[in-house]
Design a protein around this ligand. Structure first.
Ligand SMILES: [Zn+2]
Ligand SMILES: [Zn+2]
Length: 428
């Protein structure tokens, strides 16, 4: 009889909640959230999150009840997690975590966590973390861990709470924490493959120290600068490329195939010397990735240690020359002193540390690898110069012009007071 009364009360409350949410949806559809001010929107977001947390508490109670009586078998499921996947469309991971959390909150050791979730003070993700990390803790430690974790959960997002819980794990059982660290280390891996359109794609999983090393290096090479329009993945890609290029250029780089490791471009001499976008050039091949455009081969040849293998003639291979076309660090510093610590392209303010070195007169057309013939465009502008068919020229007063093959001209940039480039020089 009591159960009937409870059923009836809960059903009525759920009906009322559904009615309230219906009213909310209709009100938003009829009105316009764009007219609301920011503080009001923030308050609505926080209230919604709290309501979602309270509803999650209710759903955990339901899961616990079904788990307790084993009625998931009525739906043909072999476990409460399988029942959640079928009936609540949860992923296996989410279903498992939900069952563990429902059991932990009902076991009497985490009453404060259960109350905080029921009141909407913490989120479901916080409760799942607390349940998982107290599962094997000694009874005496649970109360301490729970109170610290709840304090953090009321103030911070789950990643902060996860860090705190890992500290507790380590303090409680250093051996187990070390075993977990070894397991994480064993899962490490970087997989790279060439896609059908010649890009290189990959996945990366690093243990914490290696991950921190990589993140530190990437952020040092590609710091967040106001006005930089690149996305975070694009900044990471540019930084990783710059680090690897610097490594290959260093005298300490390991050897492969009898010489220093270096990019190998195979291209016919005609393609290498042709002007950008000229018809009929067969392109080139680049070690590891295969076919690339002739213009891309020219860009690679602009700032790298390149072995050019010219194929043709009666004996097959006409010419092999090892060329050193990258600008030295001293040359780069001299160019930065001359042009300012910015990309050479007009109006671009990416720092020169991200830049490729570029031959203003192409190397294949007799341009020298010296400071007079060098400039430092960022990787994006360097790609525009080669694949995009622009050319870069320096004016008599030391500024830069970009000219497209179709006649468009960008620059020279005006030089108002306080400009971050050196002032124009008097033509001599
Ligand atoms: Zn170039
Ligand atoms: Zn640029």
């Amino acid at each position: 009889m009591r159960s009937m009364v409870l059923d009836h009360t809960v059903t009525a409350a759920m009906d009322a909640a559904e009615g309230a949410v219906d009213g909310l949806v209709q009100a938003v559809r009829a009105g316009d959230l764009r007219l609301a001010d920011h503080d009001w929107l923030t308050a609505q977001l926080q209230a919604t999150r709290a309501l979602a947390a309270r509803l999650e508490w209710f759903s955990l109670q339901v899961v616990r009840e079904v788990d307790n009586r084993g009625s998931y078998v009525d739906d043909g499921a072999l476990s409460p997690a399988a029942w959640l996947r079928h009936r609540a469309r949860m992923s296996p991971g989410e279903a498992g975590a939900t069952v563990r959390t429902a059991r932990a909150l009902a076991a009497g050791r985490l009453d404060a966590t259960s109350d905080a979730l029921a009141e909407g003070e913490i989120d479901g993700a916080h409760a799942r973390l607390i349940a998982r990390h107290t599962a094997d803790a000694p009874a005496g430690a649970v109360a301490l861990i729970e109170s610290e974790a709840l304090k953090a959960s009321r103030a911070a997002d789950p990643s902060v709470v996860a860090g705190l819980m890992r500290q507790f794990d380590h303090a409680l059982d250093p051996d187990r924490a070390d075993e977990a660290a070894v397991r994480r280390y064993e899962r490490r891996g970087v997989s790279l493959a060439t896609t059908l359109d010649g890009m290189v794609a990959g996945t990366l999983l690093l243990e914490p120290v290696a991950g921190a090393t990589v993140l530190t290096a990437l952020s040092a090479v590609s710091p967040l600068v106001a006005g930089d329009g690149r996305s975070a993945p694009q900044r990471n890609a540019d930084a990783l490329t710059a680090i690897c290029a610097q490594f290959l250029a260093s005298p300490d780089a390991p050897r492969s195939g009898g010489g220093h490791a270096h990019l190998i471009v195979t291209v016919d001499a005609e393609t290498l010397a042709s002007s950008p976008g000229s018809q009929g050039s067969p392109g080139a091949t680049l070690g590891w990735v295969g076919a690339v455009n002739g213009t891309t081969a020219q860009r690679v040849g602009c700032d790298a240690d390149v072995t050019v293998v010219a194929v043709g003639g009666p004996d097959g291979i006409r010419e092999i020359c090892r060329t050193r076309r990258f600008f030295t660090t001293a040359q780069r510093i001299a160019m930065m002193a001359r042009d300012g610590d910015r990309c050479a392209a007009p109006y671009c303010d990416r720092p020169a540390i991200w830049s490729d070195a570029h031959h203003v007169i192409p190397w294949a057309q007799g341009g020298k690898t010296d400071i007079d013939n060098g400039a430092l465009p960022c990787a994006a502008h360097h790609t525009m110069l080669h694949e995009g068919h622009w050319s870069l020229t320096r004016t008599a007063d030391g500024r830069y012009l970009m000219t497209h093959v179709d006649g468009r001209v960008i620059g020279p940039e005006p030089h108002p007071p306080g400009h971050s480039r050196p002032p124009p020089r008097q033509p001599t």
